[in-house]
Write a protein that binds this ligand. Structure first.
Ligand code: ATP
Length: 487
């Protein structure tokens, strides 16, 4: 539509330039526009571009369909109860503004918004922040107005007392003002959103519940978070063991499972997975069973899908056997030091090359400390250095396979320095001379590297045995690995 308008202006300009009288044409166009607008034809066609909120419906998702997130669900339900009450209170309590769902991708923020619509018996209108932004100034603001108008219209049409408006990726449209290039458009869009949030109370016939979602709350303009706007923040976190088990059960509920399936074990092995990862995992397991022409999903299908979902598709034949042995030695080095510093921490070691990695050790779920001590950080550093050190020890030289480990080791050393845990004492790392920073980082890494080398030398036979097992079977469980270390 924007393009059509721009073209129209260009055509009129060319006509005028060529001496054609454009006034009658202009009048006719204006009249046509007024008539179309009067009968809401443009609105139905999408007016100036698509009205955000293309996804509108009565939501069938309920809070029981969401696994884990018990606290977030409780908090959201309480906030919704409060919203409903404050919209219809006789005590003059200020109505709550919006609710912000914040958390990592795939943790179920969209599901929560849909469940909110179901819970409050509202129509559900959703839009992503990126849908508002166009190159032309003013379009975003217009789309925000239309989204709110559309929610009210739909609620009235469906005879509902309320509508839930869900704005995903809120950071795109709600970033701190003046921080974005082509800021005029972004600022106008955000200003319009603030105006609409402030006007929520004015429309008495339809209550609007505005839910926003973001992975980066730190990017949001403070005006959005002040009382009366998004003044309730609901945190969504990656699920813990219980949460993962619940989510797996929800997604496996409509699938035939073989008696050997132990979802508890799968939940153990999927530390760090989001709800979206887990949904994908169950789906991948079903695909595997279908490929086998089986009539049910087996434990093996789930176990094989874990690596695929997290690390990408297997790349058969990518490595020569020498390279595979190097990867096996490298991963066993990581696993050995991890077990030495954090006993019981290794869940699996694999050397199947995948799109995101050549080999991998999966750690068991451990409650990582909120406050990390100096010794804890040095041990983590040791685990990172162990892969390259094992290669050096067994194969006589390192390879590019350790590049990512070393990058993270440098970052960890800088963290140690910036927290005043190095020999430099309490310093502002930004004011440190670059040479001093490089020297001290090097010292921290080489000191820890020496200790790692000593441990690996003492455990040389376990290192070699682990690498041999991996060459044969490509995967070794934490239990098997710990047995090798004891021999
Ligand atoms: P993003 O931040 O990337 O927009 P999100 O937090 O909004 O992600 P959703 O879109 O709600 O995540 O989740 C994607 C899919 O993952 C859902 O459709 C569902 O299948 C699954 N999922 C995510 N979290 C859960 C959960 N807690 N319980 C059940 N399924 C979940």
């Amino acid at each position: 539509m924007e393009l059509a308008a721009a073209l129209m202006v260009a055509v009129l300009a060319v006509l005028a330039y060529n001496g054609v009288k454009i006034m009658p044409l202009l009048l006719a166009l204006t009249l046509a526009y007024i008539l179309l607008k009067r009968f809401e034809i443009l609105d139905k066609l999408g007016s100036f571009g698509p009205v955000p909120g293309g996804k509108t419906h009565i939501s069938e998702i309920c809070f029981d369909c969401i696994g884990g997130q018990a606290e977030a669900k409780q908090e959201l339900m309480e906030a919704l109860d409060l919203l409903q009450k404050s919209h219809a209170n006789s005590l003059g309590v200020r109505a709550l503004g919006g609710i912000m769902l914040q958390g990592p991708p795939g943790t179920g923020k969209t599901l929560m918004a849909r469940a909110a619509a179901n819970y409050t018996d509202s129509v559900f209108v959703s839009a992503a922040g990126s849908e508002f932004i166009e190159m032309y100034a003013g379009v975003g603001a217009k789309r925000v107005r239309e989204l709110f108008a559309k929610a009210r219209r739909l609620a009235r049409r469906q005879k509902k007392a309320s509508a839930v408006i869900f704005i995903d990726e809120l950071d795109v449209v709600g970033a701190k003002r003046g921080k974005v290039e082509s800021h005029m458009e972004y600022d106008q869009t955000l200003n319009q959103l603030l105006v609409e949030l402030d006007g929520i109370e004015d429309q008495q016939d339809v209550s609007l519940f505005v839910l926003g979602a973001t992975n980066r709350i730190d990017l949001l303009d403070e005006a959005l978070l002040r009382p009366g706007r998004f003044d309730r923040i609901v945190e969504m976190n990656l699920p813990d063991y219980e949460g993962r088990l619940e989510i797996l059960k929800i997604h496996a509920a409509d699938k035939p499972l073989a008696p050997d399936v132990d979802l508890g074990e799968i939940a153990q092995q999927t530390f760090g997975f989001s709800g979206a990862h887990l949904a994908n995992l169950v789906n991948e397991a079903a695909i595997q069973a279908m490929r086998r022409d089986d009539d049910c999903l087996r434990q093996r299908d789930f176990l094989d899908s874990i690596d695929k979902v997290q690390l990408g598709t297997a790349r058969e034949g990518l490595l020569s056997s020498e390279e595979k042995y190097r990867v096996a030695v490298h991963e066993c080095g990581h696993a050995l030091i991890s077990e030495t510093y954090f006993p019981g921490s290794v869940s699996t070691v694999t050397v199947v090359p995948r799109s995101k990695t050549l080999g991998f050790i999966r750690q068991k779920e451990t409650s990582s400390p909120v406050l990390q001590t100096e010794s804890y950080l040095h041990k983590q550093l040791g685990v990172l250095l162990a892969g390259g050190t094992a290669e050096q020890l067994i194969l006589g030289e390192r390879s590019t396979g350790a590049a990512n480990d070393y990058q993270r080791a440098v970052e960890l050393s800088e963290l140690i320095i910036s927290h005043g845990l190095s020999r430099l004492g309490i310093v502002n790392i930004r004011n440190l001379d670059k040479d001093v920073l490089t020297k001290v980082t090097g010292e921290i890494i080489s000191e820890r590297g020496k200790e790692v080398e000593q441990i690996l030398e003492q455990q040389r036979s376990a290192l070699l045995a682990g690498a041999d097992v991996l060459m044969r079977q490509e995967r070794i469980s934490g239990e098997e690995f710990r047995k090798l270390m004891c021999n």
